[in-house]
Design a protein around this ligand. Structure first.
Ligand SMILES: [Zn+2]
Length: 170
């Protein structure tokens, strides 16, 4: 077994309508293709394929919670749940953090697109108010608090899904 996790998935086809990506996922063959739009969250998925991690924050001065000084959310929200105004996109420069908690997945069940075993990790990053769920490329033993940095599946390697961001030990 390799010391690095691999994906079992094939890149999903994308079509574009307006600014939105529409994912074509032939889960059950061509006739069983699942269509899913990323809608207003398309910049997040597009960013991953370009090696960028994007989040959103509410900067609306009239927001009852953030009062124009929103915190960065990843995964992003298109609109603020508190004031319903559009959130503002922002790049995370040099995305890295530490393992907040983790699960060692030995058997993932039907449909899992990550080769087992692997660590599913929750990552806490400075400047991001949410905790990001993802998978670790490394298979060696880990502990809470270990430092990680983001890696991206870009270009021809991109799956056009949330699997396009993963993490590796620093
Ligand atoms: Zn708001």
């Amino acid at each position: 077994m390799s010391d690095r996790v691999k994906l079992k998935t094939t890149p999903a086809k994308i079509t574009v309508k307006g600014d939105a990506w529409i994912l074509h996922f032939p889960r059950f063959g061509e006739e069983g293709t699942h269509y899913h739009t990323y809608g207003l969250l398309t910049p997040y998925f597009k960013g991953l394929t370009e090696g960028r991690l994007l989040g959103t924050k509410c900067m609306f001065p009239g927001c009852p919670i953030y009062k124009g000084k929103g915190e960065l959310w990843i995964p992003p929200r298109a609109d603020c749940p508190d004031c319903h105004q559009p959130m503002v996109w922002e790049d995370v420069k040099d995305p890295k953090g530490y393992i907040f908690t983790f699960t060692y997945v030995e058997r993932g069940g039907t449909g899992l697109e990550i080769e087992c075993p692997y660590y599913q990790i929750d990552v806490k990053m400075a400047g991001v108010c949410s905790i990001v769920k993802g998978y670790l490329l490394d298979r060696k033993p880990i502990k809470i608090g270990d430092k990680v940095r983001a890696r991206f599946l870009t270009g021809a390697a991109a799956t056009h899904t949330c699997l396009d961001i993963c993490w590796e030990l620093v």
